[in-house]
Design a protein around this ligand. Sequence first.
Ligand code: BGC
Length: 269
Amino acid sequence: MDQKLQNQVAIITGANSGIGAGVSAAVAAAGSTVVINYPFPALQPAAEAVLKNITSQGGNGIVYCCDVSKEEEVQQMFAAVVRQFGTVDILVNNAGIQEDAPFEEMTLDQWNAVLGINLTGQFLCAREAIREFLRRGIDPAKSKAAGKIICISSVHEVIPWAGHANYASSKGGIMMLMKSMAQEFAPKKIRINSICPGAIQTPINKAAWDTPEALQSLLTLIPYQRIGEPDDIGKAAVWLASDDSDYVTGASLFVDGGMTLYPGFSTNG
Ligand code: BGC
């Protein structure tokens, strides 16, 4: 087993399914204790299943219920994790939702729900993580950095997306949140980066891959000609969390099979 994250503690938000579950498995396989966050009690069994899969392979972790859009709940989660494990070394800001609607029909509730979880949730979790990293400082036995934050953004931090204005706005916001934090905390040896997934096969985009026709149409947007898997993101997250990427901060790493390469121009323009 690769132990690049040995003895470190990672909180992964929205880890009950999809990319969060994949990242949790990869980070745990690299030796980190994982806190598998899920947003509300009905999703506890799903989070437990992610944990069981990890412990059955020798990994270590807990599940923790917290709505990342609620300040008090986020503060309680970080306090509980520090009480139980002593500190937090890695935050993977992953929790995210889509509430799609044509713009003229989009309700304020749909706007607020998406911005609240996708952007405010990343702010609240990052702020608690940074407070803990500053308190602890560098522990050279574990890492060259005082802490690492990985923001799960999207190709839609740069690709506009009709019918998804709330989602694309949240991801564009994550880009500047991440870069502003990275600039502010580099002197404190806190590294902050984003992963920008393209189409990854998860429940959030089921309609885009669950029929052969939908998948065929999706593949016209992906030069590498396959849909992504959660583990594609997991591997990138392990790299960004480990000292292998010690000189990388403020970067948006696109893991998208080339979706951001303007594939329409390969036969046009
Ligand atoms: C969205 C998916 C979409 C992908 C590529 C992701 O951020 O959540 O629904 O398939 O971007 O468009």
